[in-house]
Ligand binder design. Sequence first.
Ligand code: ZN
Length: 196
Amino acid sequence: MTDSTDLDELLIAHAAGHLTEAAALVVATHLCLCPESRRRYRIYEALGGLVLDELGPEDVGADCRARLFAALEEEASDPDCECSDPGDNPLPLRPYLSARPAAAGWRHCGAFAELPLAVGREPRAKLRLLRLEPGASVPAHGHEGLELTLVLEGGLCDRDRILRTGDLGIADASIVHAPRAETDSACLCLMVANGA
Ligand code: ZN
């Protein structure tokens, strides 16, 4: 599970276009994998449109209301996401992985390995895939800014929570942690540090 308050703030920032490219990629990939976040994100998008459109010319109220109601109606029946097929990488992530062979570029460090991913306009963004062997931990560390960790495969124990496929972990400067893969399977994560 994910801390809902932090996640809502993140979804609102994404809907408003305020995230960096790397953080937006992580959130967009999370949306592919999480129906509950897709439902909330659609509402934030509609509400954001309401605010923006209210700044426009006359007679936008009815249109705004119609779009908000449409979004709320969609809430009742979440459509399957078409950007994530079982066995394939979520659609937002594919352009970042297609530039290199699957096995190239991994840095191995004991029981975990990481694959740095290039972000076009953000050379300092620390976007990477992280693979942990069963039971392996990331060394204990703090954060200078926001760190987002999206579980793509397996389970990740992070403090008092277990994140599973599609769950998004959010850690800020107040948190020191050492996330650990569950003992029965390897864990693959998409991470960005100081990217939001
Ligand atoms: Zn961390």
